[in-house]
Design a protein around this ligand. Structure first.
Ligand code: ZN
Length: 325
């Protein structure tokens, strides 16, 4: 059923988008992207060490950056947020979690002069553990499970506390499952993060200490998750991050006060829409800055055109689903 709805929306989108772009042009404001992993090639994508869907190859990243450069977009980071004008067309590239493989994007960022914001999970940097969703994917695929079934298991766990997820992994796969398999699935070391943060194109942000879903926690626990990560990151990179990304995009507006009290100026979620300048960069709205995701299993060109338009049958359906669930 899910696939049928998806295919109908894709067909409607393809009919809709070209005339829309021709008549209305690009949607203005900031289209922020939430990326995770960087593969050197398709072979790396298919080795199952990490979730393949949330990663793209270097060629795919270049394709995306060229696409927006050729359509006269400006690439910005949170450092530029205060100097933007209404009507600007901007792309903001962000990476979540803290994978070592993200460092492979640096030569491209340099060539294209693209700044990024990089949101770090403290505990994985500190203990070098594999990220839990990659453990599930790697183990289940080797048992012959389908990608859809694995997706469901990951989505079920995303709603649990990090202690519950930890117990689940240990019970099902043993303590050793947290050991990384290669450079692809490992987090950065503290030294690598320090070096990465010194690149002038890179800004570091907070993504909680345990990739904790904040909606599952008390106010005090939320404060501790964010504060502990601020202190930890400061000890490595030398400054307190002023930006934050909600793990798995689960958030509630009462959490904004806690972010504010910890000097976080901007917080990012995964709501699938543009951010208007300056309206969405002020007040409460700057604590739920939206980000688009690109799924590598879908046609990239269609996804990019949809984002240029900023509105389409697919985007409307996604927003309705978010508001209902
Ligand atoms: Zn994350």
């Amino acid at each position: 059923m899910k696939n049928i709805i998806y295919n109908i929306l894709k067909i409607l989108d393809k009919i809709y988008i070209n005339p829309h772009l021709l008549i209305f042009g690009d949607y203005t404001g900031i289209a922020s992207f939430c990326f995770h992993t960087v593969f050197e090639n398709d072979k790396e994508k298919n080795n199952n060490h990490t979730l393949p869907n949330i990663g793209l190859t270097l060629d795919e990243y270049k394709y995306i950056f060229d696409f927006f450069k050729n359509n006269n977009y400006k690439f910005i980071s949170t450092k530029d947020y205060k100097n933007l004008n209404h009507g600007d067309k901007c792309i903001h590239v962000t990476f979540d979690d803290g994978y070592f493989n993200t460092t492979k994007i640096l030569p491209i960022l340099k060539d294209y002069e693209i700044p990024i914001d990089f949101f770090i999970v403290g505990n994985n940097i500190s203990n070098s553990n594999k990220f839990w969703w990659d453990i599930i994917y790697n183990k289940r695929i080797s048992e012959g499970k389908s990608a859809d079934i694995i997706d469901q298991e990951i989505m079920f766990l995303q709603r649990k506390t990090f202690e519950q997820i930890y117990s689940y992994i240990i019970e099902n796969f043993g303590l050793n499952s947290y050991t990384t398999l290669s450079d692809l699935d490992r987090p950065m070391t503290e030294n690598e993060l320090r070096q990465f943060s010194q690149n002038k194109l890179v800004s570091i942000g907070n993504h909680t200490f345990d990739h904790a879903i904040l909606n599952n926690l008390s106010k005090n626990e939320i404060y501790n998750q964010i504060k502990k990560t601020q202190d930890y990151l400061e000890s490595i990179i030398g400054y307190y991050p002023n930006s934050f990304a909600f793990p798995n995009s689960y958030y509630k507006s009462e959490q904004f006060e806690i972010l504010k009290s910890l000097d976080i100026e901007y917080a990012f979620c995964g709501d699938f829409r543009h951010n208007k300048i300056p309206r969405d960069l002020r007040g409460e709205k700057k604590y739920r800055i939206s980000r688009y995701g690109i799924l590598s299993k879908r046609e990239i060109n269609w996804q990019l055109k949809m984002i240029r338009a900023g509105i389409s049958p697919f985007i409307v359906a996604k927003e309705i689903k978010r508001l209902l669930f």
